[in-house]
Design a protein around this ligand. Structure first.
Ligand SMILES: [Zn+2]
Length: 302
């Protein structure tokens, strides 16, 4: 038994070496076809798998090496082969993520991007502009549409399987455009989502979602009772106020909720942990109190 093992081990090593010879521009043959196929499987584009190591294959090798933290010399030696073999059967999946998303899947995305050489900043679970830029660069390098949105194709190229809940925050531009009111004048504003099914003007929503995440990590969950209000909603509230069946409400057209910058947060009075957290931290996110009698009403006035 021992004798056989000794005899066959060197033979095996020889076979492996022959299948993974050092390749560089100008190389030709079956090993180049293997290389090209592995590059494709890892999400890089070496051109046709024709067994001829040309400039396009070299560019793909360099991109692959950069992405794996190897010296990007375009020469396929043992380290590059081993990285190719480790990632050839990538494939991945996860929830769709975009700017404003938060949660564990975002953290996993950021860690993966950083490992692959695309700097997404600190893996903090918050999909901000730096993560978006890293996603776009990654997509570009893999021949995908560089839209900054992590959908099935991007997950597949990332090569990790991720599960978990995501809160979809602000989408920046591209939110729902509605007619809002500021001081009685109509104007078009773009809305984005905040928690509890509410919306705010996109920039205010982005700031609110950052504040929400910060509060969350301090153990405080901000519950939103009201965000943007349409004209019809404000009219109904105003009627209730006039009837004596509702809280004080501004004249339709004049509530800052109709401009998308006001948010009512369920603080439960000024003695609560939630209120104290807001009093100490909201200004760092651009939110201030503007109505002395309403501790729940905060406005985005950065
Ligand atoms: Zn309010």
């Amino acid at each position: 038994m021992v004798a056989i093992a000794r005899a066959s081990a060197p033979a095996l090593r020889q076979t492996t070496a022959a299948a993974s010879p050092t390749l560089r521009e100008g190389s030709k043959g079956a090993a180049v076809v293997t290389l090209q196929n592995k590059l494709k499987a890892a999400g890089f584009n070496p051109g046709a798998a024709d067994g001829s190591f040309g400039p396009k294959t070299e560019a793909a090798v360099k991109a692959f090496q950069r992405a794996r933290g190897l010296a990007a010399d375009g020469i396929v030696g043992p380290k590059t082969w081993s990285a190719l073999n480790a990632t050839a059967s990538a494939g991945g999946s996860g929830p769709t993520l975009r700017l404003g998303a938060k949660g564990e899947p975002v953290r996993a995305l950021q860690q993966r991007l950083n490992v692959l050489g695309f700097n997404s900043g600190t893996a903090d679970g918050s999909f901000g502009p730096k993560t978006e830029a890293a996603v776009k660069a990654f997509q570009q390098s893999r021949g995908l549409a560089a839209d900054g949105v992590v959908g099935p194709k991007t997950w597949d190229k990332l090569g990790i399987k991720v599960q978990g809940n995501v809160s979809t925050g602000n989408t920046g531009s591209g939110g729902r455009v509605v007619t809002g009111y500021v001081n009685g004048s109509p104007r078009k504003i773009s809305l984005a989502a905040i928690p509890n099914g509410k919306e705010m003007r996109s920039d205010a929503a982005a700031a609110f979602n950052r504040m929400y995440a910060a509060a969350k990590s301090a153990g405080i969950t901000l519950k939103v009772n009201s965000g943007f209000r349409s004209m019809a909603e404000q009219q109904a509230l105003y009627r209730a106020y006039q009837n004596g069946t509702g809280n004080l409400a501004a004249k339709p057209g004049y509530s800052n909720h109709q401009g998308g910058i006001a948010v009512d947060i369920n603080v439960g009075g000024t003695g609560t942990a939630t209120y104290r957290w807001l009093a100490n931290n909201a200004k760092n996110f651009g939110f201030v109190r503007t109505v002395p009698s309403e501790p729940w009403h905060w406005e985005f006035r950065p």
